[in-house]
Design a protein around this ligand. Structure first.
Ligand code: PLP
Length: 404
């Protein structure tokens, strides 16, 4: 039973790939008093976050903010643009791609799930050639959308979205491109406009460093045009009314006021660090984590170095070792939460999250917890991953953090 009166010393290490730890500055912003969501102050807040979030998606077009988790924004993307029975091409990169495919089926769409057999596709990124070949075969243009997950949170693989765009263009196919960036936005380089994405889906609880509870649809003019023809039922998630009200900074329903305070703060923090610095920090942390895994003599879930995730690292267990046992031992002894293997990878791997409000020392603490936890769990290690990560991080040149 949860003992609410027990306070373990120090902070809990929330090293799952989202929700990620919420910085104190954001927690304080969220604690401001709730205001009238139809009053003048709210309109100013609404306009600020609606404009600011465009910079994070790298778009000039509207971004919708929903008081819903990422799953709601997945549904919004599909129901606003498509009609019952429409064919959509989805790609199996892992557990989250599988859940999105299931949702499409439940909504009355006809998804075709491309991918490699077994867990092979769960160790690599999207194969753009397969998408191109499938679209070229669709001479009647029955496929209305291509849906891919940018950062597959269940595996630690970040697919090449520019290559998917090129594949659609090379096939001269008019399908919409929809991309899930729920675990990559504000952590991995992402360019909604430049990569010609029609709907980008994202969430608050990962790179944006907010608690769960808000999610996003970044739109293209083509997506807005498609929404005027789309026939799938939509009410709460319908774009048209929200876009109209957002022009003055308001929503057609009661928005998540306090999370929007937090979003405003998060955007300020990310832009002050600089998006490129944020991406470089995540790349550095990812590289350090992977060096640790290799030094332990364990396998990284992602087998293609071109698409290693800067957000999380999937660590495969040697045969016969239950990853959930390792996670449990590590949690009980060191108060650190590691991500579980999901779907086809249940029990076979654990995931180290290194996203959001995470720096070199946060990662080193997490890797220390993993290394000690693996030893306690009886996993034979070849060497010290902590030492390998330290050596790497100490050799990196990064912008000074402390000014003095
Ligand atoms: N897509 C990806 C890539 C995710 O990582 C998640 C959640 O972790 C989701 C979709 C579902 O989002 P939510 O749990 O916020 O509904």
């Amino acid at each position: 039973m949860l003992k609410l009166d027990f306070h373990p010393a120090g902070r809990h290490y929330l090293q799952i790939p989202g929700p990620s730890p919420v910085p104190d500055r954001i927690l304080r912003a969220i604690s401001y008093p709730t205001i009238d969501h139809r009053g003048p102050e709210f309109g100013a807040l609404g306009l600020k976050v609606l404009e600011g979030i465009k910079t994070i998606f790298k778009t000039r077009h509207p971004v919708i903010i929903y008081p819903a988790s990422g799953t709601g924004a997945w549904e919004a993307a599909l129901t606003n643009t498509l009609s019952p029975g429409d064919k959509v091409l989805m790609y199996e990169t892992g557990h989250f791609a599988t859940l999105w495919d299931k949702m499409a089926r439940n909504l009355g769409l006809q998804p075709e799930f491309l991918g490699l057999p077994g867990i092979e596709g769960w160790r690599r990124g999207v194969n753009a050639q397969m998408i191109q070949a499938r679209l070229e075969a669709d001479s009647g243009h029955e496929i209305k959308a291509v849906c891919v997950v940018h950062n597959e949170t269940s595996t630690g693989v970040t697919s090449n979205i520019a290559a998917v765009r090129q594949a659609i263009d090379a096939a001269r196919h008019p399908a919409l491109l929809m991309v899930d960036t729920i675990s990559s936005l504000a952590s991995a380089d992402y360019r909604h406009d430049e990569w010609g994405v029609d709907v980008t889906i994202s969430g608050s609880q990962k790179g944006l460093m907010l608690p769960p509870g808000i999610s996003f649809n970044a739109l293209s003019p083509k997506a807005i045009e498609a929404s005027r023809q789309s026939k799938l039922p939509k009410a709460f998630f319908g774009w048209a009314e929200i876009l109209e009200m957002n022009k003055t900074g308001y929503w057609p329903y009661t928005p998540n006021t306090n999370l929007l305070y937090g979003l405003s703060e998060a955007i300020d923090m990310i832009l002050a660090e600089g998006l490129d610095n944020v991406f470089a920090r995540h790349q550095r942390l990812g590289e350090a984590a992977r060096r640790a895994v290799r030094a332990w003599g364990l396998e990284i879930q992602c087998v293609d170095p071109e698409v290693y995730s800067p957000v999380l690292t999937g660590v495969m267990m040697p045969p016969g070792v239950d990853a959930d046992m390792v996670r449990r031992v590590t949690y009980e002894r060191f108060d650190i939460s590691l991500g579980a293997g999901l779907g086809k990878l249940r029990g076979l791997m654990f995931r180290i999250g290194h996203l959001g409000d995470c720096n070199d020392l946060t990662l080193m603490a997490a890797l220390s917890g993993c290394e000690m936890g693996l030893k306690i769990a009886g996993v034979k290690l070849e060497g010290s991953g902590v030492a390998a990560a330290l050596d790497y991080l100490a050799g990196q040149t990064v912008p000074a953090l402390a000014k003095g």
